[in-house]
Design a protein around this ligand. Structure first.
Ligand SMILES: [Zn+2]
Ligand SMILES: [Zn+2]
Length: 175
């Protein structure tokens, strides 16, 4: 296998009689191409653009190019082909893919034991009421339960036919 020591001698792809240091090759090729471009067509190696190969040797070079294995190796390791064997069914979200002996994080369970204020978001009114009650008991202790907050008397019957009026205090004392 070639190494990339720039002091090694290489041959010009246009003319094997041109021999030079590897580091001189590219510069030489630029000049030599001007001379040979009408007679020799060099093709660029698909694996390394500094490999310029005369047409007759191109196929052979591509087959055995030293950079080919690097690229092929990279491609097979990086881009796995997806076929029926590698496809899998939809992953259930409940599954715990972390291989640790720690229970799943449950925000509700965490909050119920932590000293933080929760908001009853996303609950139905009855759930919300129970939540607030439970929450107050959690935060203020069991004896909170007996201290009902003063209720607003908002359970008046809606009056039929009448729109609820703002500041409609007198309507309850009908004349
Ligand atoms: Zn040359
Ligand atoms: Zn090559």
């Amino acid at each position: 296998m070639e190494n990339y020591d720039e002091s090694i001698m290489v041959y010009c792809p246009y003319n094997k009689e041109h021999k030079m240091l590897r580091k001189k090759l590219q510069q030489h090729i630029l000049k030599c191409r001007e001379i040979h471009k009408d007679t020799v067509e060099l093709k660029v190696c698909p694996f390394n653009k500094i490999h310029l190969i005369p047409e007759p040797e191109f196929f052979q070079h591509v087959k055995f190019c030293e950079d080919r294995k690097i690229i092929v190796q990279y491609q097979t390791s990086a881009a796995a082909v997806i076929n029926d064997d590698t496809k899998h069914a939809k992953i259930e979200s409940e599954e715990n893919w972390d291989d640790v002996n720690v229970p799943d994080y449950d925000p509700q369970a965490y909050c119920s034991s932590a000293n933080i204020v929760r908001e009853p978001n996303g609950l139905f009114p009855s759930q919300r009421k129970a939540f607030i009650k439970e929450e107050n008991r959690r935060r203020f202790g069991d004896d909170y339960d007996n201290e009902e907050q003063p209720k607003k008397n908002k359970s008046q019957e809606p009056r039929k036919g009448n729109r609820p009026m703002p500041y409609d205090r007198n309507s309850s004392n009908r004349r």
